[in-house]
Write a protein that binds this ligand. Structure first.
Ligand code: BGC
Length: 451
């Protein structure tokens, strides 16, 4: 018997992007520089010397891009707001033209029947705030709440879904510990302090929303399920550390009001031992949690590995994407059921899921064939459906990403889009995955069944 994959009515189908990755024109209309503007213009930081100066030129082409969303039948679009467009110095003076861009984008979405889902912080901190210590400064939580209030006042009448932060782990691990993303620090002692200030900021943003907002607010985590390489106690302990560091370091304070005990082992003397009274207020009622899923890791104890004393075991026989990530759809199901088991019944959205593949430059019938991406989406959407069948309160799915875009320090070479972007001409071409996703949406998931 052919399995059926019908998703419930009201399940929200979307696609996601973020400001610095697609907008371009980073200093237009009075915007201040962000830390990504600085980082991308620092020699040696970006693959191929790429920057977000032009990106997908979405800042000027947003109307056309909304038509691409419409062609997919998207019901919702998840985007992020560039803080330094709205507040060029990060605090104080509002730049009306910067705010107006998001107001126009939201109007355009609504005029096309697409629900706006706005993320307040997707990594592009105003450079002026970095000059004041950035996320190391305890005032950052207040800066963030003040910025959030400006957005709530301007757009909550039209934006029904908000998220405070996108993937705080990347900011901490890439931005402050390994220096691979902005602001490019490498400092073990900074990392847990940044975690704490990010989680304080998220909590302050949610509190501000309770006073001003009328709809829903949540926070977005990237969760990478960790599986032990064997039953050996050392591997199981290593897996727990890896999970605490990447996943629970953020979800626990936000949803339970405490940090996982393994973080003491991980950070050693760099762990600040936050008092309970510091941690409890990090837990604020959220209306939903957004989960970004790309891959999993199989973990083995390895004393030689710095920090975690754990190593990811490559799964040689399994398919991988262009970013080297194993394709493992079971991980999405495990993540969703595991998240509910640990944190209880909170409405969940998959706020990002997708894959980079080198798309062949072959256009057949106006479509660019990307069978690997179609396969990736099909597998993961089936896993999402299985989670619904297992009783998870999953409310929607956002594909990453609408367009090929700037994959941060990996530059433009890693393509995640449903639409191919020619970065010389800015021409957008639908990939076969765009057509496939449109069919899935139109059929409420029925198109996931194999032909
Ligand atoms: C981020 C995106 C990024 C994607 C693929 C997530 O970590 O939120 O900005 O492009 O994954 O790496």
């Amino acid at each position: 018997m052919t399995r059926r994959f019908r998703f419930p009515d009201g399940f929200l189908w979307g696609a996601a992007t973020s400001a610095y990755q697609i907008e371009g024109s980073p200093l237009a209309d009075g915007a201040g520089p962000s830390i990504w503007q600085r980082f991308a213009h620092t020699p040696g930081m970006m693959a191929n010397g790429d920057t977000g100066d032009v990106a997908c030129d979405h800042y000027r082409r947003y109307r056309d891009d909304v038509q691409l969303m419409r062609a997919l039948g998207l019901q919702s679009y998840r985007f992020s707001v560039s803080w330094s467009r709205v507040l060029p110095e990060g605090t104080g003076r509002v730049n009306p033209k910067g705010l107006d861009f998001y107001s126009r984008l939201v109007d355009e979405l609504l005029a096309n029947g697409i629900v706006p889902n706005a993320t307040l912080f997707h990594w592009d901190l105003p450079a002026a705030l970095d000059d004041r210590g950035g996320w190391l400064n305890r005032d950052s939580a207040d800066w963030f709440a003040d910025y959030a209030q400006i957005l709530f006042r301007a757009l909550d009448d039209r934006v029904p879904m908000w998220a405070t932060l996108n993937e705080p782990w990347v900011v901490v691990d890439g931005g402050y510990l390994h220096g691979t993303v902005a602001p490019g620090h490498r400092n073990l002692y900074e990392a847990p302090r940044v975690t704490h200030n990010l989680m304080r900021a998220s909590a302050a943003g949610i509190q501000a929303y309770r006073a001003l907002g009328k709809h829903a607010i949540g926070v977005v985590f990237n969760i990478e399920p960790k599986y032990p390489a064997s039953d050996a106690p050392a591997d199981i302990a290593a897996t727990r550390r890896a999970d605490a560091y990447m996943n629970r370091q953020f979800a626990d304070p936000a949803l339970l009001g405490s940090y996982p005990p393994e973080l003491r082992e991980v950070y050693g003397e760099a762990w600040p031992e936050f008092a309970d009274a510091e941690c409890r207020p990090l837990r604020q009622k959220v209306d939903f949690v957004g989960l970004n899923y790309y891959t999993r890791a199989v973990v083995r104890h390895n004393a030689a590995e710095w920090l975690l004393h754990a190593a990811a075991v490559p799964q040689a026989q399994r398919p991988r994407t262009e970013t080297g990530w194993e394709v493992y759809e079971q991980g999405l199901l495990d993540l969703l059921t595991g998240f509910r088991a640990r944190y209880g019944d909170i409405p969940l959205y998959i706020t990002e899921n997708g894959a980079a593949f080198a798309d062949p430059p072959h256009v057949a019938g106006g479509l660019l064939e990307d069978p690997l991406r179609v396969d990736y989406l099909r597998r993961h959407l089936k896993a999402a459906h299985a989670a619904l069948e297992a009783g998870v309160d999953l409310r929607g799915y956002y594909a990453w990403s609408l367009l090929d875009n700037l994959e941060w320090s990996l530059g433009y070479a890693k393509r995640f889009g449903l639409y191919h972007v020619d970065f010389t001409t800015q021409r957008r071409t639908p990939k076969a995955s765009a057509k496939f996703y449109a069919q899935v949406i139109a059929s409420h998931g029925e198109a996931l069944a194999e032909p």
